[in-house]
Ligand binder design. Structure first.
Ligand SMILES: C=C(O[C@@H]1C=C(C(=O)O)C=C[C@H]1O)C(=O)O
Length: 465
């Protein structure tokens, strides 16, 4: 990684092209500077007019936003067991060659990787997820970062020996105008025309089967998910949906990842891991109840959830597993011994935050590898629950329930678990929802729980009833 003082864009281009000529190969360049305030959804909306797919990420806890467009560089891995290592290795290789002009050193600026992993690379793939790879990250060509009320634009690009600085400069200035200096109103949100739940009866039978297997000692917990397919009146526009998710789903990460004709998006409350200056934060979120209609009812439901044996057991499996998974790579691990309530618009969860200090020799990808899937999305024991899901679930989870997020050149990054999500493709979408099955589980109650988990996405897609 070559780190240089900030230059004018023209000088930076000039210098990179000279280097490319000297090495007789393409050269990656990353240049970051502050910009005037811009609304992240407006930026995302404008980016639609540009070539290249868009990426969106916001974390609810610190008003942090990342909005990317285009792809300066791609990292992907074969669907083998070593997919996390492959991504890490390609990332390190890229970093060793990029020239960076970034005087700000703010987390999430510069050549950052945004993307995710599929839930289970061993599961038979279907056409549903054809536009997504099993492990895929993108270094966006244009990246808006909003951090602590400050606005940054990073431009990442690959220059070739034969490029001309003036020509590149012209292209960049044109794109900057398009992204930053316009006011285009948001399109209307979508309206759902049809809704179709995939095999609800078979799903409930599968829950019974899992419960039986658990009672017979096969496993302690198995998380089972299902799909709802919807169609729209018109081809959907993603920006108004994201806008609506941000406004309605507080306490949630809002994300979107476009690939070809598809867009995977959602509002998930579940952090997998965050690393900032070696400070690690992970989250156990498992155990679910609805919200009450009145304050008294809500508090009563919350109290019952906190004292419910089944939900506490489901939750405890996750707490234990996270603790074990990070123990060799972290120091100073702090885990509260009681969960608290985590309220969302439509439901509430049991929540235990886990804090630790990440040892210098480990990276956020090492932690993602160890944590995924936690028993909040897979089960316990991991391999047995995954085998059950692989064999019995009527769903290609793709990126649903899997790590989605970003990481930067300074070992900062954050991953959420991609639940409360949907895969949109033109006039249709698939929504996903799952729940933890333990020995006390009742198929009808689990079915109702997944219905509530569909609600946040359904309502922003124009179809909650
Ligand atoms: C699987 C989902 O949610 C997970 C399962 C939960 C549960 O079973 O109580 C709670 C939160 C999530 O960890 C989903 O929303 O699709």
């Amino acid at each position: 990684m070559i780190q240089t003082e900030i230059k004018s864009l023209e000088d930076a281009l000039h210098e990179s092209i000279l280097l490319a000529k000297h090495k007789q190969t393409a050269q990656m360049l990353s240049i970051t500077d502050t910009i005037d305030k811009i609304d992240p959804i407006t930026f995302f909306n404008h980016a639609k007019e540009m070539q290249g797919e868009r990426v969106f990420w916001t974390s609810p806890f610190d008003q942090f936003y990342l909005v990317g467009v285009g792809e300066a560089f791609a990292l992907s891995a074969h669907a083998s067991l070593k997919r996390f290592e492959q991504i890490e290795q390609k990332w390190k290789q890229m970093l060793s060659e990029v020239i960076m002009f970034n005087p700000h050193q703010v987390a999430g600026t510069g050549p950052i990787a945004m993307g995710g992993f599929s839930f289970d690379p061993s599961k038979q793939r279907t056409a549903l997820w054809k536009d997504f790879e099993t492990s895929q990250f993108r270094i966006p060509a244009y990246l808006l970062t909003i951090e602590k009320g400050k606005y940054y634009l990073t431009i990442n690009l690959v220059v070739c020996p034969e490029d001309h600085p003036q020509q590149l400069l012209y292209e960049i200035e044109t794109n900057k105008q398009l992204l930053l200096n316009r006011t285009t109103p948001l399109a209307n949100g979508p309206t759902i025309k049809t809704k179709h739940e995939i095999e609800p009866l078979k799903w409930k039978e599968m829950v019974s089967k899992a419960t039986e297997e658990i009672k017979n000692g096969y496993a302690d917990k198995i998380v089972l998910a299902r799909e709802m397919q919807v169609t729209f009146e018109r081809k959907t526009d993603v920006a108004p949906i994201l806008d609506n998710l941000i406004k309605t789903q507080t306490n949630s990460y809002v994300f979107a990842f476009e690939n070809s004709q598809s867009c995977f998006l959602g509002a998930t409350p579940e952090r997998l891991v965050r690393v900032h200056d070696q400070q690690l934060l992970s989250t156990c979120l498992a155990g679910t109840a609805p919200r009450g209609d009145t304050r008294e009812e809500d508090e009563q439901i919350g109290l019952e959830l906190l004292n419910d044996v089944k939900n506490r057991e489901e939750h405890e499996f996750v707490v234990q597993m996270i603790h074990e998974a990070i123990s060799s790579s972290c120091e100073d691990i702090q885990v509260p011994n009681q969960p608290v309530l985590y309220p969302l618009k439509n439901l509430q969860h049991l929540y235990t935050p886990v804090k630790a200090v990440l040892k210098r020799e480990y990276t956020i990808i090492d932690i993602v590898k160890r944590l995924h899937p936690t028993p909040a999305l897979g089960g316990l024991p991991r391999e047995k629950s995954l085998a059950f899901i692989r064999e019995n679930e009527l769903l290609d989870r793709g990126w649903y329930g899997a790590p989605i997020g970003w990481f930067d050149p300074h070992q900062n990054g954050e991953f959420a678990v991609a639940i409360r999500s949907a895969l949109i493709n033109g006039k249709k979408a698939s929504l996903f929802a799952g729940c933890g099955v333990v020995k006390e589980s009742e198929p009808e109650a689990e079915y109702q729980e997944t219905n509530i988990k569909f609600t946040p996405m359904l309502s922003v897609l124009g179809g909650a009833s």
